[in-house]
Design a protein around this ligand. Structure first.
Ligand code: NI
Length: 220
């Protein structure tokens, strides 16, 4: 399941992040790519050792982890350190699959939080490749797309302007994307039932099944 979540960061927070990035040191993005992805990765990213960006990384990670829709869709246990990437004109990231393990952690859910106003650059869509076809994603600043780390994906050539984004990975309590989707649907339906008719006997039964499925499937 691929999900778009709006307003993960407020406009003021996006401005704060962009201001911090304007003064940051960017290095060749190939430094953090696997050997095959390195062949197709053409972007830059903020130097991982840059301490001045620590508060910005913390702010973004905090906003993502506290976002209720993200919690329901990704069931995150932990996030990897965020990559803050910048694509300038003619930069792109060809088709690749993300490393299965990063920082000793399994990657289950990949996400991109867009930081540039979409009208300020051309190209730079994130394309997630699936059997059902390709779906180019280009979102408002502060919005995020999350998708299974099992998917091939790419970033189209930026033909004008500059594309800033925060990229990261979640280790999910639920490894299988199909199971995550079932839990998401069930949890969403349960909440709608509660809104319509309160804590009914039906709501309690669906809640019980949801909890027991999580117990059955979760890897903590
Ligand atoms: Ni990737």
């Amino acid at each position: 399941m691929q999900i778009v979540i709006g307003n993960v960061l407020s406009a003021a927070e996006v401005a704060l992040v962009r201001e911090a990035l304007a003064g940051a040191k960017f290095v060749d993005g190939r430094a953090t790519a696997g050997f095959a992805a390195r062949m197709v990765k053409h972007n830059t990213q903020a130097d991982g050792s840059d301490r001045s960006l620590e508060s910005v990384r913390k702010l973004i990670a905090g906003r993502i982890l506290e976002n209720e829709v993200f919690r329901l869709a990704a069931r995150p246990k932990a996030l990897t350190p965020l990559l803050l990437s910048r694509y300038e004109k003619a930069m792109h990231y060809g088709s690749h699959v993300d490393d299965a393990l990063m920082h000793g952690m399994r990657t289950d859910v990949s996400f991109t939080l867009f930081l540039s106003d979409p009208a300020s650059y051309e190209g730079g869509e994130l394309v997630i490749e699936s059997a059902a076809g390709e779906d180019p994603v280009k979102l408002d600043a502060g919005s995020l797309v999350a998708y299974p780390s099992t998917a091939l994906h790419r970033v189209n050539d930026v033909t004008n302007g500059e594309r800033l984004a925060a990229v990261g990975w979640a280790r999910s309590y639920i490894r299988d994307p199909a199971r995550r989707e079932m839990l998401f649907d069930l949890d969403t339906a349960r909440r709608q039932m509660f809104t319509i008719s309160g804590k009914s006997a039906e709501y309690d039964l669906v809640s019980k099944s949801l909890s027991n499925l999580i117990r059955m499937w979760a890897e903590d």
